[in-house]
Design a protein. Structure first.
Length: 285
């Protein structure tokens, strides 16, 4: 196949279906550390020297929590203090390791951090997956609050009319995106990866999207073995048609590489076959 996969996680938002996953109590001890671990691609939390920045933020927010008179006021502090201390420079392809290390963040890692923090403080919230973006909806009583991690100044949206207008615009933009490019920027190879316009997902599926992006980045860098490994990790965490098609695309690319030895090709082909047998891949079709 010619060309390369264009990275699929751009940043827009969209209408969310109803229903929220409720956190009923504040996590204690290392609860948020456990949640964070699934987003680290290259090392675990215990070996990450930059974890202190998140720990300091949690401590500060716990102090703020005791002083804020309302949930809405506290959520506002969560949004802006997280941006001030952890989400420093926008990079849509940043992984969580980079976010903790340098402050580079994309919609995926920004949303993941907010979800981990909100979970720690017991707030009812929902991660929304869109064709090329993720964002958060938080429930405060009967009120819906949007956390748009890619907008450090205007991403905390609370007014009802603003929420409605933003969602309507996101819906229009997302439909256009699907019509023209399917997911994100699409594929130069002509492949089409389909997904629903908007749906709630959990932290495990959000972590899988990060593996998906890492697979795409390695594919574009001609590191096809690594791309295959990340694609299989993405599917294992989030079995869907999009991840299935990415695996097939990468494996086909490996098998058509004239520079790769047959032994290596067969290694990855056998690994792929064993993987789809283990995961019963045909169920996604």
């Amino acid at each position: 196949m010619k060309g390369s996969i264009i990275i699929l996680m751009a940043c827009m938002a969209l209408l969310a279906p109803s229903g929220y996953a409720q956190q009923t109590s504040v996590d204690q001890g290392d609860g948020y550390i456990q949640s964070l671990n699934q987003f680290l691609l290259h090392k675990n939390v215990e070996s990450n020297s930059n974890l202190s920045s998140l720990e300091e933020l949690i401590t500060r927010l716990e102090n703020v929590r005791s002083r804020r008179s309302s949930d809405l006021a506290f959520l506002k502090a969560v949004f802006y203090k997280t941006h001030q201390r952890l989400l420093v420079k926008y990079d849509r392809l940043a992984c969580m390791d980079e976010t903790l290390e340098s402050g580079k963040y994309g919609c995926l890692t920004g949303t993941a951090l907010y979800s981990i923090i909100l979970e720690h403080f017991g707030f009812e919230h929902q991660i929304m997956e869109l064709p090329n973006h993720v964002y958060l909806q938080v429930m405060v009583g009967e009120k819906v609050v949007i956390f748009e991690s890619t907008q450090p100044k205007e991403g905390f949206i609370t007014e009802g009319y603003e929420v409605t207008e933003r969602i309507e615009q996101y819906l229009t933009d997302a439909r256009k995106s699907v019509l023209h490019r399917t997911i994100g920027d699409g594929l130069e190879d002509g492949e089409k990866l389909q997904t629903s316009l908007s749906k709630p997902i959990g932290n495990q599926q959000l972590a899988a999207l990060q593996y998906f992006n890492e697979s795409v980045k390695n594919y574009n860098n001609s590191s096809f073995g690594e791309a295959a490994d990340y694609a299989m990790s993405a599917y294992e965490l989030y079995p869907n048609r999009k991840n299935e098609m990415l695996m097939q695309l990468v494996i086909n690319k490996i098998m058509n590489q004239k520079k790769l030895k047959d032994e290596l090709k067969n290694t990855y082909l056998n690994k792929y076959i064993q993987f789809i047998q283990k995961t019963k891949l045909s169920q996604t079709k």
